[in-house]
Design a protein around this ligand. Structure first.
Ligand code: NAD
Length: 419
């Protein structure tokens, strides 16, 4: 098996989310009618995205948008460009967004989108044409009060600007139609760092609660993109001992601590960590099972599975990525007493600051960075405390506790609205 490709899941991605949902629903004694209603997506669309490539050939890609649940507000979720994107994955991620926005209690439902394409092979112009064509196909079902996309893997602030511009051609000026925009183009200060920073904030709180000091905590981070690199930066500044980082080019270990500013600089200069010195090179498999206290998968889904779970040394795992742990592996970790901070809380910093961006756009008013950071801290801290409390009260894992809170909130909104 190629070390760059994650192994195929035992349960598919949507079944995994369904499994977590069911476990919480059992605890809540949720009736079968509600379960079905809450699990099924409201709307799923698959579109054809025909594009002329730079070399003059015609290519056709497949794009998806899944709108999972709108009970708590307009639906919200990222847009991913990756060659493994398919309907099952988008559906799973859309469902996770419903629970994520509910856990942090922001007024949104859940959605997700993606285009199946080898993003790294695209030129900037090809990526722009694909993006605009995709928006031509879905503009009617997205918008500030309907469904608000945001960046995810291989989409960034520039992509969001293209989306805004394309959407506005049909509907007129309204920057709240998309979040994760460049700061100078109606974006929010602090949005880019928000997910990684949130991971760091929560790591700090969790470690404190468990009686560990950051400087005595060895950390490995898988993925050095938006989430991984900002988590590394924040945690390095908070004196965590980061001994391993990785990206598509492989893993880099230094048990005495990695010079994170140097790694960040290396990636700015070279796009990836390839050639980074000051650490030993290991494979993407090895980095996950290297000895450390805290492991943060912040790249792909399904990277911790039944075949490697027993080799994992970390006692604490914080899910920076969405769905990095397969459901079967999650059971094993729970039995081994490993503490897992689940994705729907751990990486909710991004959607939280996206919410701040949407609020600012709608008020034609811009917050300073301190306000963004303070409010992010407040929202994540409050969600974290509630999840921790729920876990203690119900004697369940943090994941089940987070799902219980989320499912209860979504159910309440559905009941209040009347079905
Ligand atoms: P990104 O594209 O910025 O970065 C992905 C990183 O993973 C890159 O460093 C890439 O080199 C690395 N990578 C790819 N394949 C790898 C492999 N096989 N082994 C090791 N590393 C590999 O993406 P991102 O925005 O940082 O997203 C990462 C994860 O976090 C995704 O699961 C995404 O859904 C989730 N997430 C992102 C945000 C956000 O705001 N960006 C918010 C919530 C959740």
């Amino acid at each position: 098996m190629n070390s760059q490709t994650p192994r195929k899941h035992h349960m598919n991605a949507f079944e995994t989310v369904q499994h977590y949902f069911d476990r919480a629903a059992d605890k809540l004694d949720l009736d079968p009618g509600f379960r079905k209603l809450m699990l099924m997506p409201t709307r799923e669309i698959t579109v054809e995205v025909p594009v002329e490539m730079d070399n003059g050939t015609l290519e056709t890609f497949v794009g998806y948008r899944v709108q999972h649940n709108a009970a708590r507000g307009p639906m919200k979720g990222g847009l991913r460009y990756h060659h493994e994107v398919d309907l099952d994955e988008v559906r799973a991620l859309a469902s996770l967004m419903t629970w994520k926005t509910a856990v942090v209690d922001i007024p949104y439902g859940g959605a997700k989108g993606g285009i199946c394409v080898r993003a790294r092979d695209l030129s900037r112009k090809e990526k722009e044409r694909i993006t605009r064509k995709f928006i031509d196909q879905i503009h009617e079902i997205i918008g500030p009060d309907k469904d608000i996309p945001a960046p995810d893997m291989n989409t960034d602030a520039e992509t969001m600007s293209w989306i805004r511009n394309q959407w506005e051609k049909y509907h007129g000026f309204n920057p709240a139609c998309i979040t994760g925009k460049p700061v100078e183009d109606y974006g929010a200060k602090g949005r880019e760092e928000a997910t990684g920073r949130g991971v760091g904030i929560l790591a700090f709180k969790l470690l404190q609660r468990m009686g560990h000091k950051p400087k005595d905590t060895s950390v490995i981070i898988q993925g050095f993109g938006n989430v991984g690199s900002h988590a590394a930066k924040f945690m390095h500044e908070s004196e965590f001992k980061i001994i391993g980082i990785s990206d598509i080019s492989g893993g880099y270990i230094n048990d005495n601590g990695i010079d994170i500013p140097a790694a960040l600089h290396h990636v700015i200069e070279n796009r990836t960590l390839a050639g980074f010195s000051g650490a030993n090179k290991v494979t993407n498999e090895e980095i996950l099972v290297h000895d450390c206290n805290l492991l943060i998968p912040a790249a792909l889904g399904g990277v911790i599975h039944v075949e490697n779970v027993n080799d994992i040394k970390a006692q604490i795992i914080i899910e920076g990525a969405n769905g990095p742990i397969d459901a079967d592996a999650d059971e094993v970790l729970f039995k081994k007493g490993v503490t897992v901070l689940p994705d729907i809380l751990a990486n909710a910093g991004g959607v939280t600051v996206s919410y701040f961006e949407w609020v600012q756009n709608r008020q034609y008013y811009s917050w300073d960075l301190n306000r963004v950071r303070q409010q992010l801290d407040a929202i994540l801290s409050s969600a974290y405390e509630k999840v921790w409390q729920q876990a203690q009260e119900s004697q369940v894992s943090l994941r089940t506790a987070a799902f219980m809170l989320a499912v209860e909130r979504v159910k309440r909104s559905m009941e209040l609205a009347g079905i």
